[in-house]
Every structure is written in structure tokens, then in C-alpha cells.
Design a protein around this ligand. Structure first.
Ligand code: NAD
Length: 473
């Protein structure tokens, strides 16, 4: 893992962008406009801690692009938050939204705190004050900028943001669309919690189903039986691990900040998670071998490596020790450009973050649409579909004089619930995006890797927006 304090995540994103820009038709000025961050808002505000002392908090919101509005991107609570990182993450959001056809510009927010060092009441005060600061500068709203969860935040924080925003905008009918990743009981959508992990699974599954790609890597087609290592058992990592295991893969190693556990016969992420909840650590899981550090876990033998914790965990130094044939970037920016270059030479397939972890923003988009339409997905058509299917089935049974089994009947008749529609919309999105990137890669043999192909897809879509809309004034 890179310990280089000079490392700039934003520079790394811009490097990847420039590399891809060469394979597009856009002129220098347009490319420059696409790659820069349009607005960077740094704020400092005080909060009163539980012991009565006052602490000044540093926070950010970056809007990378407004070629489509609202801007969209998560809010991160971490001690390492800095302007460079938030700018990089906001940029990735623009490209991510373009790749999965989500009509938003990129944004990102961050508060420089270690959330573990604050009480729930202090965290609530920080979140509410941050929301108020965003409101002051028009950096939040269903039509301007819509935050979501990221590292260190979840449904609880999103509910606080919603409550603060609605309190200050009484009567605003679409106020629930000011933030996504809310609890389902507060206008959230079913399936959002697991969306990023599920999207990671769908993306890798698609790639593993491509004969040409798998034969180049010397792997069998399909997810079934593949060995997987997941780093980070948080929202993204936990759900990715779950869907990989359910899809037939073998979770040989799970890593957390304090070390990892390994079992060649396969682990169950839910059992490991329970063990972590009760003992406070992933280590000493019954039947598994302890691995001293999370970094060492990355270097173990496996088919698929899923870094799902933080950026910058694989660099030029440790890349030569990575044995995985496929690296699926579930986290944002887990590889440095040096690591990328190494894997291109070696022939390891790196499935890039800005496409692979787009499940969260895709389902956030579904949540936002739900908030604007004020109706749960499936509410209008579920019973209609069931009645229609029942009628068709009845006719078939009458004509054939044969009855289908109870299980088949239930399956055929089933009208869609909200979660069915969300999963299906996400699956469609990830399949379409995978094919678009792979076709772009195939259509130009000079494009060196999948990340560059993904950037080319994104740049072309954002560039088309600028070309069609013109530049104001
Ligand atoms: P999270 O806070 O839910 O989980 C992160 C987990 O990583 C925690 O369990 C933490 O203990 C663990 N961790 C920290 N340092 C580690 C280390 N060195 N080794 C192993 N584990 C470590 O965060 P999350 O929402 O799952 O986000 C993880 C990554 O995915 C981030 O890069 C984030 O930007 C990205 N991402 C998240 C979403 C989303 O919907 N939550 C969407 C897209 C991308």
C-alpha cells in the first residue's frame, strides 16, 4: 500500500483521463472543460462536543460537472478527507454517471472526522450543520445537488440530512429527492443498501461470461467455482461478498482494517460479519487462518480480487506480488496509475471503479425518480400483472388440459415488487455498460485497458452534451 503522502488521487484521475482523451475526437478545450472541477466548496464550522468543548470541523463539497443536473455523489466521513480526494471522487462520479446513463453531473462531499471518535449525538450535529452549510450556498437540493452515503456514512446520516433540509424548506413537494440512500421508511428505495455490491457482482459476472476475455486470462467461463478475496467488509464489500458466494464463487479470504481470515474451503460472509460484531474483530474466526494485515491478504492466490475499502491500496510497490487474474475495483481508486501500468503489462484484467461500483448511483437514481413521482415502484402494476398472468395461465391449462405445479404457478404469476424492479433495472444497466465498454475496447485495438475504454465511453457522452448544448453565454 502506498505510504506516499505526496500521492494525488486527483492527479491520478486526470492522468487516466488524459490517457483516454487521445482516443476521442474532442478538441483540447472541451477535454479541459470536462476534466476540471466546476466548483469546490471548503467549509469550516464549529460544533459543541458532549463534554462542552468546541471543535472546528473541516468539510468539503465538490461539483465536478453540471453538464447534467442535479450533481450527484456520496458524502464521506473519514479522518483522511482532503480537497484533492474529494475532487478526485467528484470527477469519477461524472464519468460513472455517464457510463451507466444516469443523467446527473458528478459531485462528492467529505467531512474530515473519524466517526468512531464521536457520539451519535455529536455526529448528528455535525451532519445537520454540514447540511445547513450546503444550503447556504445552494449546494444541496433535488434539482441542484443530491448527496448519498459513502465511506463512513449510511442511512442514518441520510435521514438527518433529509430532516434538516425539509425543516428549512417547508412545503417543498420534492424535498425527499434532496438526498438518496435514505431508510426505506423515509423515501428510500428497496435494494439501495446492497446496490453497489450487487452491481459489482453483476459487472464481474458479465465479464466472466465473455469467452474471449476468459480464454485470454486462462480462466473458465462463469463465476461458479472462482476463488475470491474481498478487502473491506463494509456496505460494498459485505454485499459484494454475499452475491459472489450466492452466485457460486468461493470466498477464500475476507480482510478488514485489523487483518484478514483465510479458508481455502470457502467462508460465509454473514458468519464472519457476525463474528466481527460479537468479538470486535474479524480475526480468530473459527476454522479460518488469521492473516496479520489487510495488505498481505491482497497478495494471496485467487482468481478475483475485490478491494472494497479505500483508495490507493495497490501501488507500484505491491502490484508485482498480486496474484489475482481479475481485479474488480469495488472501492474508488484502489489502484495507483503505476499499479495500473504494471497490470496492463502483465495481462491482469482490471475492471475499473467508475463503472464497476456504479450500482449505488444507479439505484440512487431510481430512488430520486421514486421521490419525484411520489409512488412506490410496483404499486400500480403488481396486482394487474398477477391477475393477467393468472388469466393467461388458466387459458393455457384449459387448452392443454395440463396443470402446472404450485411452484411454477407462483413463479409465473408473480407481479413485480419494488425490489424486483430495482434489481432488474440495475442488472440491465450493468450488462449494457459492460457491453458498451468492451465494444469500445474491441473497436480500437490501441486502447490499452478496460479503464481507458471506460473513460473513452464517458468522455464521449459528456463531450456530446457540451457539443449539443453549446457553451454559455
Ligand atoms: P463502509 O464504511 O461501509 O465500509 C468500509 C469498510 O472497510 C469498513 O468495514 C472498514 O473497517 C474497512 N476498512 C478500512 N480500512 C481497511 C483496510 N485497510 N483493509 C481492510 N478493510 C478496511 O464504506 P463503503 O460504503 O462500503 O465504501 C467502501 C468503498 O466503496 C469506498 O471507496 C467508497 O468510496 C466506495 N463506494 C461506495 C459506494 C456506496 O454505495 N456505499 C458506492 C460507490 C463506491
Amino acid at each position: 500500500m502506498s505510504g506516499n503522502p505526496q500521492y494525488s488521487f486527483f492527479n491520478a484521475v486526470q492522468k487516466s483521463f488524459d490517457k483516454a482523451g487521445k482516443y476521442t475526437k474532442w478538441d483540447k478545450g472541451i477535454l479541459e472543460q470536462i476534466r476540471e472541477c466546476n466548483a469546490v466548496y471548503q467549509m469550516k464550522f464549529p460544533i459543541k462536543r458532549d463534554d462542552g468543548s468546541v471543535e472546528v470541523i473541516e468539510a468539503y463539497r465538490v461539483q465536478h460537472s453540471q453538464h447534467k443536473t442535479p450533481c450527484k455523489g456520496g458524502i464521506r466521513f473519514a479522518a483522511e478527507v482532503n480537497q484533492d480526494e474529494v475532487m478526485a471522487l467528484a470527477s469519477l462520479m461524472t464519468y460513472k454517471c455517464a457510463i451507466v446513463n444516469v443523467p446527473f453531473g458528478g459531485g462528492k462531499g467529505g467531512i474530515k472526522i473519524n466517526p468512531k471518535k464521536y457520539s451519535p449525538y455529536e455526529l448528528e450535529k455535525i451532519t445537520r450543520r454540514y447540511t445547513a452549510e450546503l444550503m447556504k450556498k445552494n449546494f444541496i437540493g433535488p434539482g441542484t445537488d443530491v448527496p448519498a452515503p459513502d465511506y463512513g456514512t449510511g442511512e442514518r446520516e441520510m435521514a438527518w440530512i433529509l430532516d434538516t433540509y425539509t425543516a428549512m424548506h417547508p412545503g417543498e413537494i420534492d424535498a425527499a429527492g434532496c438526498v438518496t440512500g435514505k431508510p426505506v421508511t423515509q423515501g428510500g428505495v428497496r435494494g439501495r443498501r446492497e446496490a453497489t455490491g450487487l452491481g459489482v457482482y453483476f459487472g464481474i459476472r458479465e465479464v466472466c461470461n465473455m469467452t474471449e476475455v476468459m480464454s485470454k486470462l486462462g480462466l473458465e467461463i462463469g463465476i461458479e467455482g472462482k476463488t475470491v478475496i474481498v478487502q473491506g467488509l463494509g456496505n460494498v464489500g459485505y454485499h459484494a461478498a454475499k452475491f459472489f458466494r450466492e452466485g457460486g464463487a468461493k470466498l477464500v479470504c475476507l480482510a478488514e482494517h485489523d487483518g484478514a481470515v483465510y479458508n481455502a474451503a470457502g467462508l460465509n460472509e454473514e458468519d464472519v460479519f457476525q463474528h466481527k460484531s460479537t468479538t470486535g474483530s474479524i480475526l480468530n474466526f473459527p476454522g479460518a487462518t488469521n492473516i496479520a494485515t489487510s495488505d498481505e491478504a491482497l497478495e494471496l492466490e485467487c482468481d478475483i480480487l475485490i478491494p472494497a475499502a479505500l483508495e490507493n491500496v495497490i501501488d507500484g510497490e505491491n502490484a508485482p506480488r498480486i496474484k489475482a487474474k481479475i481485479i474488480g475495483e469495488a472501492a474508488n481508486g484502489p489502484l495507483t496509475p503505476e499499479a495500473d501500468e504494471y497490470f496492463i503489462q502483465k495481462g491482469t484484467l482490471v475492471v475499473p471503479d467508475m463503472y464497476l461500483n456504479a450500482g449505488g448511483v444507479t439505484v440512487s437514481y431510481f430512488e430520486w425518480l421514486k421521490n419525484l413521482s411520489h409512488v412506490r415502484y410496483g404499486r400500480m402494476e403488481k396486482r394487474f400483472t398477477e391477475n393477467l398472468n393468472s388469466h393467461i395461465l388458466g387459458q393455457i391449462e384449459e387448452l392443454t388440459t395440463k396443470k402446472v405445479s404450485k411452484r411454477e404457478r407462483e413463479f409465473i404469476m408473480h407481479g413485480p415488487d419494488e425490489v424486483d424492479l430495482v434489481y432488474s433495472g440495475l442488472e440491465e444497466t450493468m450488462i449494457t455498460a459492460t457491453n458498451e465498454i468492451m465494444n469500445t475496447w474491441k473497436s480500437n485495438p490501441e486502447i490499452p485497458d478496460m479503464r481507458t475504454a471506460a473513460y473513452v465511453v464517458a468522455i464521449n457522452k459528456v463531450g456530446t452534451s457540451y457539443a449539443e448544448l453549446g457553451i454559455f453565454p
